[in-house]
Write a protein that binds this ligand. Sequence first.
Ligand code: NAP
Length: 254
Amino acid sequence: MTDPETLDERPLDGQVAIVTGASRGIGHAIALRLARRGARVACVATRVANAEGTAGACAEHTDGARAFGVDVSDTGAVADLVGTVVKEMGGLNLLVNNAGITRDQLLLRMSEEDFDRVIGVNLKGSWNFIKASTKSLMKCRGRIVNITSVVGLIGSPGQSNYAASKAGVIGMTRSVAKELAGRGVCVNAIAPGFIDTDMTAALDEKARGDLLGSVPLKRMGTPDDVAAAVDFLAGPSGGYITGQTMVVDGGLSL
Ligand code: NAP
């Protein structure tokens, strides 16, 4: 893992980035990493107050970080938010779709509401932001990074809703990559494995132990392990990569 303290190159100076789910966990690490690289970051969470801590941390590294609140599954509200970012922050160069939820349950017990909500936030929420951002990204040969999950590749019992949403994000990433390649916009996904955040803290001890036992690198990932992959795809290194899913899982899916 790169020590973020050593991130002194600023290839994203002058660029505007939206990071959803930026209040905590992986999204917080991504927003901070992009700010250290020079980007002005629009930090999005369900409520503006939830994103203010991350925006404040970003503001120590870059001018113009802002906090926003929206339910990513609300198409109209997302369009309004993206319009505000473009107008008030000076355009849009990078979109990171990271907001996500789980509502785990075995298939026979899973409610329709829990299926619809997870698809609504994880899949439709990403589509909402991509749709609202595409015109701006086409103007500057921008980038999109979608945070999916290894569960979308390999499946997981009790996560039929979550796996479907994350597999959907991978298919959407490939399709949008093909649509936007002619305009120079690179669109990729990152599939984290077992990362130490609030989302995995909710698992019981046995589930955590079992999961950890199946990671060849024998540790949980950190939010910054994922942020480093976003950094790679968002910066100059990512200029000839599109439609791909980068797996960041310590070998879990092998
Ligand atoms: P987390 O700690 O639970 O944080 C979730 C973030 O998403 C929060 O910022 C939350 O905002 C935001 N969010 C949730 N629902 C939202 C909604 N309807 N509208 C707007 N924002 C919403 O999660 P995490 O572990 O950092 O996960 C981040 C992403 O990585 C997710 O897409 C997740 O599926 C994916 N992922 C995680 C792991 C893992 O092991 N942790 C593994 C693979 C993939 P509030 O604070 O306002 O609620």
